[in-house]
Ligand binder design. Structure first.
Ligand SMILES: Cc1ncc(COP(=O)(O)O)c(C=O)c1O
Length: 408
């Protein structure tokens, strides 16, 4: 497997040459990543050259519409789904909210939904609110020590009442990667649809959603080097079954059915820059030509390889410390580089101490109130979270380890 050319990667992110950010290592990537240059270039071009109503007959408008279509087509191709199975909404939280309204209308009292207590609230609360309409909510619970979800437990919860199973590809505090393909096939075998929150996974390599099989897959482009958009895959069979949530005359267009808000034209157009970035990485590292899914998989593996190598020493450095509880597994190969630490003091205060060591990180609950509570973490103290991506350098990791040594 190729190794990532970190200098090439960092050259694609203007933040790394931005004077005001020099000397500060960014470790709050799970909150939102830096934006890659192709996205910024497309956004600037849109705002300067095409800031008109798209899909009209004049050149600026035609190009604006073409760029929006290009973003959906190219991102869908990487994700292994049809172009109209991908839509863009304001955020993942808003996308799940709209989807939950659709399920609210489609389901009958007595039907059931499985949610987890590992999810960020975005893929939990909107579904749980359907209890108000007589929908039974079943909670698939994590192991309170390890934070893991056991697929066997899910299997025991399923019956003919369950219409939907919601779970994360990976939690934004526990970090362990769930076996989406296996869980999806368990749910499908019981006749349930599947909704996966991929927000904490997708920044570490776009997955082949078509291959994994869930009916819904969500992620947030502002964490995958793109603009502030929520990306939502809804497979055709489910999308056509659920009631339309958009204007009645837009209901026959799959990618419009669950995004009632007017689209953010410029940001959707700029989302094609994420595909440009995948292409840049693929070509620079002599990846395969042709098929977008294969190229996406190559870049995914490139990113993962780099991240796992840099992550293991971080986990090793914190896992046996007194007064530190590492949340989730200490095996880098099984998790994303999103590392939450419960300390014996307030995590926000510790994050503030890290500033003088040139570390940008955060403390709190990260809207993962349910998983942290289930693991017995004191929410008043919260967790310190240090999260990185493929563009993080060895030097920055060293800086982090020295800083943690100083403050923990
Ligand atoms: C795992 C996870 N799911 C969902 C969300 C919500 O995404 P958005 O900010 O796009 O609503 C987040 C945001 O931090 C997250 O980490």
């Amino acid at each position: 497997m190729s190794t990532l050319d970190i200098n090439f990667v960092r050259d694609q992110f203007p933040a790394f040459s931005e004077p005001s950010l020099q000397g500060q290592a960014f470790f709050e990537n799970a909150g939102g990543s830096y934006t890659c240059k192709p996205v910024l270039d497309r956004l600037t071009r849109y705002y300067t050259q095409r800031k008109v109503q798209p899909y009209g007959p004049y050149d600026a408008s035609r190009l604006a519409g073409e760029e929006m279509d290009e973003a959906r087509a190219r991102m869908a191709a990487i994700l292994g789904v049809d172009t109209d199975e991908l839509s863009f909404g304001p955020s993942t939280t808003q996308n799940t909210y709209v989807l939950a309204q659709a399920f609210r209308q489609w389901m009958k009292p007595g039907d059931a939904i499985v949610v987890t207590n590992q999810d960020h609230e975005a893929n939990s609360g909107p579904w749980r609110r359907l209890a108000e309409d007589g929908i039974e909510i079943r909670e698939w619970q994590i192991d309170p020590e390890t934070g893991s979800l056991n697929p066997q437990d899910l299997e025991n919860m399923l019956d003919e009442k369950v219409r939907l199973v919601c779970f994360p590809h990976c939690s934004n505090v526990i970090g362990e990667i769930n076996p989406v393909t296996e869980i999806t096939s368990i749910a499908h075998a019981a006749g349930a649809f599947v909704c996966v929150d991929g927000v904490s996974y997708a920044p570490h390599g776009f997955p082949n959603v078509g291959h994994m099989g869930p009916d819904i897959y969500l992620f947030s482009a502002y964490k995958t080097y793109g603009p502030h958009q929520g990306c939502m895959v809804i497979r055709r069979a489910l999308g056509e079954l659920l009631p339309n949530q958009a204007h009645f005359f837009n209901g026959d267009v799959l990618y419009k059915r669950f995004t009632p808000a007017g689209p953010d034209h410029a940001q959707i157009a700029a989302s094609a820059g994420m595909a440009d970035y995948v292409d840049l990485l693929c070509d620079h590292h002599n990846g395969p030509e042709g098929d977008a899914t294969q190229r996406g998989a190559f870049v995914h593996d490139l990113m993962r390889g780099q991240e796992v190598a840099l992550l293991q020493p971080v986990l090793d450095a914190v896992k046996d410390r007194n007064a530190v509880r590492l949340i989730g597994t200490s095996d880098a190969a099984r998790r994303a580089p999103t590392v939450a630490l419960a300390l014996n003091r307030n995590a926000e205060a510790v994050a503030a101490e890290l500033v003088s060591h040139g570390i940008m990180a955060g403390g709190g609950d990260f809207y993962a109130v349910r998983p942290l509570t289930a693991m017995g973490v004191d929410l008043d103290q919260g967790v310190l979270r240090v999260s990185f991506t493929h563009y993080t350098s060895q030097q920055e990791i060293d800086q982090l380890l020295n800083a943690l040594d100083a403050v923990l």
